[in-house]
Ligand binder design. Structure first.
Ligand code: ARG
Length: 563
C-alpha cells in the first residue's frame, strides 16, 4: 500500500498537469506532529506558475480531494494536510502483511539487475580482524537487502591470498616451522612465523632476499612453493569457515587475489595500449596528478604486480562475468584512496561503468576508545570473541527464563545477533565501541531487545486460539495501535532506503522503534481480552512478529520464538 503515491495521484489529478507526479511525490512531507495529519503537501512552489497564493491553492485542493484511505483533507495555511482513515488503513496493512508474510516489504526496482558484493575478504595466514568482521556483517546484510529489492546478489569473498608476504611465510616456515603445529592452530602458528620473520629480518638482511626469491618461485609455479602456499590457504580457509558457519554466511565465490594471476597481462597490456603506464623509479604506475591524487602502482621494479593491479583485473572480470549493474566494495575507510584510484584508472581506460562501483566504507571497532585489534597481546581470535558472546547470552537467558528448553541453541542466536546488531545499529561510517556486556543487554537499543520483543509477540500468539489464516481482523483505530500501524506501513520504504544509502542501520533503527512501540502497546492494552476487536489486536501482534522477524533476517540475525 503506497499511500504517499495515492495521495500524490489525487493531487496530480486536481492539479491537472501543473506538476508531474514524481515532483509531487518528492514534495509530500510527513509532518512531525500528529495534529498536522499523516501527510502534508506544501503549495509554495505552485504559487508563481498558477498565479495564486499558496494558501488559496491549498484550500482549493483540500476541498476537492476525496478517497476512502483519507478521512480528512484540510488546508492549513499553504499546506494540504491529509489524515488517514485509521480503521481502513490499518485493516489493509495488516491484511497485506498476513497475506504476504515474510515477502512483505519487498520491492521490484532491482528486478533483472545484478549487484556484486565484495565483502569479508580476510587475508590468508593472518587473523580474521575486527575490520573483516564489520565487512562480513555489513556485506551480508546488504546482500540480503539487495535481494529483497529484487536484485540478484553475487557474494564475493576477495581473499587476500597472494603477495610478497607468502615469500616471507614460506621462508619462515622452512626455517622454523612445524607441520603439526600449523595443523593444530593454523592462524596463530602462521602468524607467529610471520612475526618471527620480521623480528629476525632486522638483524639478517639475507632473509628478505630469500623471501623475495621464494615469492618469485611461487609466481613462477615452483611445485614446492605452490604446495606450501596451497596448504596455508586451505588451513586458513578452514579456520575462516568456522566463523562463517557461526554467522551462517556463505559466498558465491572465494576467488581471491591469486585468482587473477593469469588475468593480469591483459590489464597491463590495456594500460600500455592506452598509453597510461608511466615509469617511476623503475616501477610502472598510472599517473593521477590531474586529480591531485598519488599515482596508482601497477608493477613493481621486479615486475611483480600488486593489490591494485589485481583489483583492476577483478573489476574487469566481474563486469564481464556478472554484468553487474552495481558493484559494492565493503571495505574499511582506510582504503578510500585505493578505491578512488581504482575507479579513476578504469575511467581513464574509457569505461563508463566505474560509476556503478561503490566503496561502502565503514569505521573502526574500538575497545575503550582505541582501535581494537585481533593481533596484539597474543592472538585474540575472533572465534573466541563470538563464543564469549554466546556464553554470556546463555547466562542472561538462564537468569531470565531458566525453564527454557534448548538454551544453548537460543544463546547462539542471541549472542551472535547481539554482535551483529551492535555493528549495524549505527551509521556504518561511525566507529563503534565493542562491549559485550552492553550489546547483550535485554533492554535498550540491542539485538536481544528486538529478539525478545519478537519472542514476546510469538508467545501471545501461542496463547491466543486464533489461526492466522483464519483471522478476520477488525480495523484498529485506537491511539496505542496507530503508531505501530504507521511503522508497519513504512517498512517497505525503510528497506528501499537502506539499499539506496547502503545503510543496514536504517533497518536496525527502525526495528528498535517498532519494538518500543509494540512494548508500549503491550503495557497499555489487554490484547487477549474477549471483545470484538480481539481478532484485530491479535492480527496486529502477528503482523508485528512477521515484520520484526523479517527485519532481523535482513540484518543476518535469527529470531527465536522463545527466549
Ligand atoms: N584483503 C583486503 C584487506 O584485508 C581487503 C580486500 C577488499 N577487496 C578488494 N577487492 N580490494 O585489507
Amino acid at each position: 500500500m503506497e499511500l504517499v503515491k495515492t495521495y500524490a495521484e489525487e493531487i496530480a489529478l486536481e492539479l491537472n498537469g501543473w506538476v508531474e507526479l514524481d515532483e509531487i511525490m518528492n514534495l509530500i512531507e510527513q509532518p512531525k506532529f500528529d495534529k498536522q495529519g499523516d501527510l502534508a503537501f506544501p503549495c509554495f512552489t505552485l504559487a508563481k506558475a498558477m498565479k495564486k497564493s499558496p494558501a488559496k491553492i491549498a484550500e482549493q485542493l483540500a476541498a476537492r480531494i476525496s478517497n476512502p484511505y483519507f478521512e480528512q483533507v484540510i488546508a492549513e495555511g499553504p499546506y494540504v494536510n491529509c489524515f488517514y482513515n485509521k480503521s481502513f488503513v490499518s485493516l489493509e496493512v495488516i491484511r497485506d502483511i498476513l497475506h504476504m508474510q515474510s515477502d512483505y516489504g519487498a520491492s521490484a526496482f532491482g528486478q533483472t539487475k545484478t549487484v556484486t558484493l565484495d565483502f569479508s575478504s580476510p587475508n590468508i595466514a593472518k587473523p580474521f580482524s575486527m575490520g573483516h568482521l564489520r565487512s562480513t556483517v555489513i556485506g551480508n546484510s546488504l546482500a540480503l537487502i539487495s535481494e529483497k529489492c529484487g536484485y540478484k546478489a553475487i557474494r564475493i569473498n576477495h581473499l587476500g591470498d597472494w603477495g610478497t608476504q607468502f615469500g616471507k611465510l614460506i621462508t619462515a616456515y622452512k626455517l622454523w616451522g612445524s607441520e603439526q603445529e600449523v595443523k593444530d592452530a593454523p592462524i596463530s602458528e602462521l602468524l607467529k612465523l610471520y612475526v618471527k620473520f620480521h623480528q629476525e629480518a632486522g638483524n639478517n638482511t639475507e632473509l628478505e632476499s630469500e623471501a623475495r626469491l621464494w615469492f618469485k618461485k611461487l609466481e613462477d609455479g615452483n611445485p614446492e612453493a605452490q604446495k606450501l602456499w596451497k596448504w596455508f590457504r586451505e588451513e586458513s580457509l578452514q579456520e575462516f569457515s568456522k566463523i562463517y558457519s557461526l554467522l551462517d554466511i556463505g559466498f558465491d565465490s572465494n576467488d581471491g587475489e591469486s585468482f587473477y594471476n593469469d588475468k593480469m597481462d591483459e590489464v597491463v597490456k590495456l594500460l600500455r595500449t592506452k598509453q597510461l603506464l608511466v615509469e617511476s623509479n623503475g616501477a610502472e604506475v598510472v599517473d593521477l596528478s590531474d586529480y591531485s591524487l598519488p599515482p596508482f602502482l601497477i608493477r613493481k621494479r621486479d615486475g611483480a604486480t600488486l593489490y591494485g593491479t589485481r583489483d583492476l583485473a577483478a573489476a574487469l572480470y566481474r563486469k564481464r562475468n556478472y554484468q553487474f549493474d552495481q558493484s559494492f566494495y565493503v571495505v574499511g575507510q582506510e582504503q578510500t584512496l585505493h578505491f578512488k584510484q581504482l575507479s579513476l584508472v578504469l575511467e581513464k581506460l574509457g569505461y563508463d561503468w566505474p560509476q556503478d562501483m561503490k566503496h561502502v566504507s565503514f569505521g573502526f571497532i574500538l575497545k575503550n576508545g582505541r582501535k581494537m585489534s585481533t593481533r596484539k597481546g597474543g592472538v585474540v581470535l575472533l572465534e573466541h570473541v563470538i563464543q564469549q558472546a554466546i556464553d554470556l547470552a546463555e547466562n542472561n537467558i538462564a537468569e531470565k527464563n531458566s525453564a527454557l528448553p534448548d538454551k544453548r541453541a537460543v544463546a547462539k542466536m542471541v549472542g551472535i545477533g547481539a554482535i551483529i546488531f551492535h555493528d549495524l545499529k549505527n551509521d556504518r561510517q561511525n566507529n563503534i565501541e565493542f562491549s559485550l556486556a552492553d550489546m547483550l543487554k535485554f533492554e535498550g537499543a540491542t539485538g536481544p531487545y528486538v529478539q525478545y520483543t519478537h519472542a514476546r509477540a510469538c508467545s501471545i500468539l501461542t496463547k491466543s486460539s486464533f489461526k492466522p489464516d483464519q483471522l478476520e481482523p477488525a480495523g484498529l483505530n485506537d491511539e496505542h495501535s496507530w503508531p505501530i500501524i504507521k511503522l508497519l506501513l513504512a517498512f517497505p520504504e525503510v528497506i528501499a532506503k537502506s539499499f539506496d544509502y547502503t545503510e543496514p542501520s536504517q533497518i536496525a533503527k527502525y526495528l528498535i522503534l517498532l519494538a518500543q512501540e509494540f512494548n508500549s502497546y503491550y503495557a497499555h492494552v489487554k490484547i487477549l481480552n474477549e471483545d470484538i476487536e480481539q481478532e484485530g489486536r491479535v492480527a496486529l501482534v502477528q503482523a508485528v512478529a512477521i515484520v520484526l522477524k523479517e527485519g532481523l533476517r535482513l540484518l543476518g540475525i535469527k529470531a527465536p520464538e522463545k527466549m
